[in-house]
Design a protein around this ligand. Structure first.
Ligand code: ADP
Length: 246
């Protein structure tokens, strides 16, 4: 496993308040990583920095074998480098079928409206079938996306991101609002995706994190408080204090 992304000495302040404070973080390729931490720990800001939405005041965000510093690069540039982000709320084309949604994502890899990166795909149909199977939506291919359940929409969006073949996939609270069956399937989808890429999952649900069976990074006050297996970090007295609010 080689390092894909490395943040060092990253800080960002909003009106004098340090939301991210001298943060160091590394992820390899392939790797699955869960990020946990109480509200306000900096999880969203952390993802905003990686995707170029927020520019840090200090530090380095080093990407890939060419060691590119992503700080200062535009969001679309970073997306084209191969960083995909799944927000909490699913954003699919509700009036289109599942098949059409996946086809659109395949035709426009790494950024939905980026014609420069349009890739003609002779085996589009086969890719769609394979993606649909990967996200548990084979039977739903002809259905209108707006009719899918909340969980199925989340899977479709994950499928649309996978169609763009990101090297790093950032996923924000994928299990929120899902049934136990949907959670289980979501775990399988993410674990499978993480076999060939880096996947970072921000999640509050500890049972879900346990099923991901991966290294966990605990954020607190904009820094890494602990890192390791879920059992290791949840036995850390500092982590316990933070979660109990002492
Ligand atoms: P989390 O996602 O872990 O809940 P956030 O990254 O959203 O944490 O926020 C970290 C801290 O930074 C919080 O105290 C939040 O209020 C603050 N913060 C985040 N974004 C802004 C902003 N745009 N302006 C001011 N404060 C912000």
């Amino acid at each position: 496993m080689s390092t894909l992304l490395e943040l060092s000495g990253v800080s960002v302040s909003f009106d004098g308040f340090k939301a991210i404070n001298n943060l160091a973080f590394q992820i390899g390729e392939p790797e699955m990583r869960a990020i946990i931490g109480p509200n306000g720990a900096g999880k969203t800001t952390f993802m905003d920095i990686i995707t170029g939405k927020t520019k840090p005041d200090e530090g380095r965000v080093i990407w890939g074998e060419k060691n590119i510093n992503l700080i200062g690069k535009s969001e679309s540039h970073i997306a084209r480098e191969g960083i995909g982000r799944k927000f909490q709320k699913p954003t699919v084309f509700e009036a289109q079928t599942v098949r059409e949604n996946l086809a659109m994502a395949l035709k426009n890899p790494r950024g939905p409206f980026d014609v420069l990166f349009y890739k003609k795909s002779a085996n589009g149909a086969a890719r769609i079938e394979a993606l649909a199977e990967q996200i548990n939506l084979t039977e739903q291919l002809p259905r209108i996306a707006g009719e899918l359940s909340h969980g199925q929409k989340q899977w479709l969006e994950i499928g649309m991101l996978l169609a763009q073949d990101p090297r790093l996939l950032l996923v924000d609270e994928p299990a929120a609002g899902m049934s136990p069956f949907e959670r289980e399937k979501t775990t399988e989808i993410l674990v499978e995706a993480a076999k060939t890429r880096a996947v970072v999952v921000v999640e509050h649900d500890m049972e879900f994190v346990r099923r991901l069976n991966c290294k966990v990074t605990v954020l607190h006050e904009g820094s890494v408080l602990a890192e390791g297996s879920l059992d290791h970090v949840t036995q850390n007295p500092e982590v316990i204090d933070v979660y109990l609010g002492r």
